[in-house]
Design a protein around this ligand. Sequence first.
Ligand code: ADP
Length: 346
Amino acid sequence: NRSVNFNRSELKTKLTKPVALPDNVEHGVEIEYADLKVFKRWGIALVFPFRSVQDEIFGFLVLGKKKSGFRFTVEDIDLLNAVRSKVATTMERNKYQKELLIEHLENERLEELNKIKSFIVSRVSHDFRYPLTSILMFTDLLKNSENLSIEKFHDYLKIIEGESNRLKIMVENVLDFSKIEKGIFEYTLEEINLNNLVDEILSSMQYQLKMKKFTLYQKLCSSELNICADRIGIEAVLINLISNSIKYSVDKRVLRISTGIRNGYIFVSVEDEGIGISKDDINNIFNPFLRGQNIDAKKIRGAGLGLNIVKHIMNAHKGKIEVTSEPGKGSCFILLFPSYEIKEIK
Ligand code: ADP
């Protein structure tokens, strides 16, 4: 068995007869004359082109000399012609079926993508309206209220800033999700002081915590905790978890954030005393678009993308997420980062 790479553009495409060296076929067999040098070098005696229904050559049946040493007879050529035409039909049918299958799979993929798109558009664009309405309303108040006290002025600005941040998180989730789906979410590793990062995020979310009247308990490890991570990615993870705690706490509004070291992992935990997650839901909440099924969770708006993004980013950091939750009591999400230096992550 040998294989030859040939250049399609240089092929003689008008071949209809078998190509052979005259010495190898019986007198009277119609042939195209072969290139002596090429046929000798490769030990070829006879070549039949495979033609498609559109009359294009798409392959060849290549034969060496007959074992008996005799020339190919007219009957041999007839038989080989029959074999060639059978093989050509089968190969063409297979090729056609393969193309059909690929087309079918591509259509399915496009259909799925379209479903996801319309889902995102319908669910997320609804959610965008709420912070946008607040922003427009308070901007209007700033512009049109006469004799506005300086305190009120700053309060309104804070609201606009906070609502803009809320909107930013929503937009970023959609963009991150689409990047993750396409496999183009990029990670840039650097050494990050986890306690500082938690501090920064909490102060950027202060407005939301204050508005919702949350009590915040912060228990950060006294020693410096450095992780090797993508800053933007980990920020997105923490912001999603904290936003969820804010969103899914109805009666008791308590947020506990701790950092520390456990079993060789550096951890940060986000804990609330909100509506909690049922055992059935816990297995699904990290899947895209899946949302908690209990009545309280259903009343709260969301696209079901946040935790899926959290899972992807933590996996890329070779980290882990643990969840413990009890309906009506609250939930605790723990992020665990390997404490050794990660040199390379995908
Ligand atoms: P979304 O909040 O947009 O639905 P997520 O992916 O962030 O999407 O969360 C998926 C589901 O997990 C939510 O619909 C909710 O049921 C549940 N969940 C997440 N965090 C909490 C939490 N802190 N408390 C209660 N339920 C939560």
